[in-house]
Design a protein around this ligand. Structure first.
Ligand code: AVJ
Length: 324
């Protein structure tokens, strides 16, 4: 085995990424963390996914928002501070900011400074009088959130934490409860959380959403290998070496995305090699699906009350209103 040389390491900008990739590929079964999907190309591919007809999640959630916006806005009340952890393109929060009376501030809360800039620029163009206060940090980290809450005095106001898109689905149930506890801290006194969850449904509908006919999701999944090649001096055969696969794990109510090795092969990453058997998989993402019952048991665990929820007429997706 070749050892990783000093020279190789100085070429690698993100050593956390390298450590996570080594750890994931040393595990059995092999895994890679889904947060690494989202470089520039990956974020663009995700935007493309949200426009696919098979990927019902985005358009159904937008429809629910449009349909019930007045009731949602009245539940959230006037003068709220809106906090959005992991802000995306901002199309959803835009609807909330339009509908509520006199939002006091908008706080996009993101780990990537680049994404934050993007979101601040877009929304300040749309809402020139809105006070926008970006926060850079990891909303999954309890210590980070505690520090922010005390430094920014958020604990003394009533805030709305907006977490749409079924992003909560990327976390296991215990992790999801921890994240909701963090959101409870952020929401302050008398605060609210508006949470988007994807509902358990027919297997075929779920699989199609994660394995679309145009192969956009396959490209999105494989992009993590391209990233490893360019950023970590890897040599994955992205085109022909691996195939995208989506399965529905019914026991866990969870969609799993995998990359399946098409042949026995060895791949080198920053000087270390990893062997793959034919058909061996890398588990790249879990996307948990909920029922109203299963989400309310998690909100209970986090000390939050599920006050109300809004669904589409086919019960595909739900927006849940939680209160402290
Ligand atoms: C951004 C986590 C909500 O799980 O549906 C889309 C990511 N993965 N297609 C999801 C994703 C494949 C998405 N989330």
């Amino acid at each position: 085995m070749r050892v990783v040389t000093e020279e190789t390491l100085t070429l690698i900008a993100d050593l956390d990424f390298l450590a996570d990739v080594y750890q994931g590929l040393d595990s059995a079964p092999k895994t890679l963390p889904c947060k690494y999907f989202y470089d520039e190309q990956g974020s663009w591919l995700f935007e493309k996914i949200t426009q696919l007809k098979e990927y019902y999640l985005t358009h159904v959630e937008l429809d629910i928002l449009d349909h019930h916006i007045e009731e949602i806005a009245s539940q959230l009340g006037p003068n709220a501070i809106i906090i959005e952890p992991g802000c995306g393109a901002g199309h959803k929060v835009q609807k909330i900011l339009h509908a509520i009376e006199q939002p006091k501030a908008f706080i996009p809360f993101e780990i990537s400074g680049e994404m934050l800039n993007h979101s601040v620029n877009r929304l300040s163009g749309l809402f020139p009088h809105l006070d926008i206060q970006p926060l850079e940090g990891d909303f999954t980290n309890e210590e980070v959130v505690k520090q922010i809450v005390s430094e920014t005095n958020l604990e003394n106001s009533s805030n709305v934490v907006f977490f749409p898109g079924s992003t909560i689905g990327n976390f296991s149930r215990p992790e999801a409860a921890d994240i909701l506890r963090n959101f409870k801290r952020l929401s302050g006194s008398n605060g609210k959380i508006l949470l988007g969850i994807d509902l358990i449904k027919d297997r075929d509908v779920l699989i199609r959403a994660y394995d679309d006919a145009d192969g956009v999701t396959a490209e999105f999944n494989k992009n993590i290998l391209t990233r490893i090649n360019t950023e970590l001096d890897g040599n994955f055969d992205v085109q022909n070496g691996f195939k995208h696969k989506a399965i529905f794990n019914e026991d866990n109510s969870c969609i799993e995305m995998h990359l399946v090795s098409c042949k026995p092969q060895s791949v080198t990453i920053a000087g270390r090699s990893f062997d793959f058997e034919s058909m061996e998989t890398i588990h790249t993402e879990s996307s948990y699906k909920y029922s109203i019952e299963s989400i309310s048991s998690i909100t209970d665990e986090a000390g939050l009350a599920l006050e109300k929820y809004w669904c589409d007429n086919k019960n595909r997706f739900a927006l849940c209103l939680l209160s402290v």
